[in-house]
Design a protein around this ligand. Structure first.
Ligand code: ATP
Length: 354
């Protein structure tokens, strides 16, 4: 079921939480709402659910206006960060409770409820825990039960607010993959809120980046990462190395450092170049197209790569540069704190603002 938002506005007193949000979410898509704290993600999700009403604007499900419909009539499933299972109910009873959100006339009879709960338990692979109470479950299991409860009424739209926020990194990763598979199997439309870039990029078909009640950019994860529209999006999606220089022909200079740009920038006198850690290599000698001397400040071994933090020498940057090298490169070079080297930007990836 597709979701269309048309010029949604929402204020709390004088504070404008959502400012003219328009968005089209295709049937069967898994969409991540990504943004810093307070950017309006939860408010937007609650408005889609019908838990909150917009001051202005329309919401359509599959082309049909649902703006005035009560939350029960919208038939969306939702899962929140704090799974809020009922402590005095077993797992099976908690899932069955998911059907109570349906209007009375469309609630199934007892036998049908039992059958459906059994199916849902199988779907979330927790049939063996049907008789347990929430206190006897792990965080990841509780979250899967909360999801089963949301799916009990067979929603065509599933809304998730930081569904894995309270879990540790490993369980989060497993649950993400599991949710993606479940989504692909059942073909519902899902919108989830997160402030975790990695989660949004890994899980979503489309990522909606929000800031201060507005949409900054909507794109597929790959495109968003490779071609951010704004400095905000660029920064928000991970570390960025910035070179801030003045332009003389194609030569971008600052202090002792320079980069020769691959093309002329008409009319620009100062340019900022942004580079992701993997878009820069390190060498012990300068190259023909760039002279960016750096000094090793810290060496961090993180999983598959070694991430170096580097201080500019003879030029300035607001933040240290971060560049990843492979373990093989690390072993060959054996860098130490204080060592000098040169950054070699991949000119194909120079992303700048004039
Ligand atoms: P977080 O990641 O911290 O959950 P968010 O992006 O989900 O943030 P919202 O919860 O949507 O942000 O809140 C957006 C803004 O609206 C915040 O500044 C918040 O304080 C404000 N806000 C939300 N709900 C209310 C309310 N009921 N009354 C007053 N202000 C509110």
């Amino acid at each position: 079921m597709s979701i269309t938002l048309e010029q949604i506005n929402k204020s709390f007193g004088a504070f404008r939480a959502l400012d003219d949000i328009s968005l089209a979410i295709g049937d069967g898509q898994l969409v991540g709402l990504l943004g810093p704290s307070g950017s309006g993600k939860t408010t937007l999700l609650r408005i889609i659910a019908g838990l909150e009403s917009a001051d202005r604007g329309r919401i359509l499900f599959q082309g049909e206006d649902v703006t005035g419909l009560h939350v029960r009539e919208r038939r969306v499933g939702f899962v929140f960060q704090h799974y809020a299972l009922f402590r005095h109910m077993t797992v099976a009873e908690n899932i069955a409770f998911g059907l109570d959100v349906l209007p009375r006339k469309s609630r199934p009879v007892a036998g049908e409820i039992r059958r459906r709960v059994g199916e849902l338990l199988e779907m979330v692979q927790l049939s063996h825990l049907a008789g347990r109470y929430p206190s006897q479950l792990s965080g990841g299991q509780k979250q899967r039960i909360a999801l089963a409860r949301a799916l009990a009424m067979q929603p065509q739209i599933l809304l998730l607010d930081e569904p894995f926020g309270a879990l540790d990194a490993r369980v989060r990763k497993d649950l993400r993959r599991w949710l993606r598979n479940l989504h692909d199997e059942l073909h519902f439309t899902s919108v989830f809120v997160t402030h975790d870039q990695e989660e949004a990029l890994e899980l979503s078909d489309q990522v909606v980046v929000m800031s201060a009640g507005r949409i900054e950019q909507v794109d597929q994860p790959q495109a968003l990462y490779a071609r951010p529209d704004s400095r905000f999006v660029f920064d928000f999606l991970g570390h960025v190395n910035v070179f801030d220089g003045t332009l003389d022909g194609r030569l971008l200079q600052q202090g002792e450092a320079w980069i020769r740009l691959p093309e002329n920038r008409e009319g620009a006198s100062s340019v900022q170049v942004y580079l992701r850690p993997h878009e820069v290599r390190l060498q012990l000698q300068p190259v023909a197209h760039a002279h960016l001397p750096l000094q090793v400040e810290a060496i961090n071994l993180i999983g598959a790569e070694v991430r170096l933090e580097l201080r500019p020498c003879g030029w300035e940057a607001a933040q240290l540069w971060e560049i990843g090298i492979t373990h093989a490169e690390f072993n060959a070079w054996q860098p130490r704190r204080g060592d000098r080297c040169f950054a070699v930007p991949d000119v194909g990836h120079l992303f700048g603002a004039g």
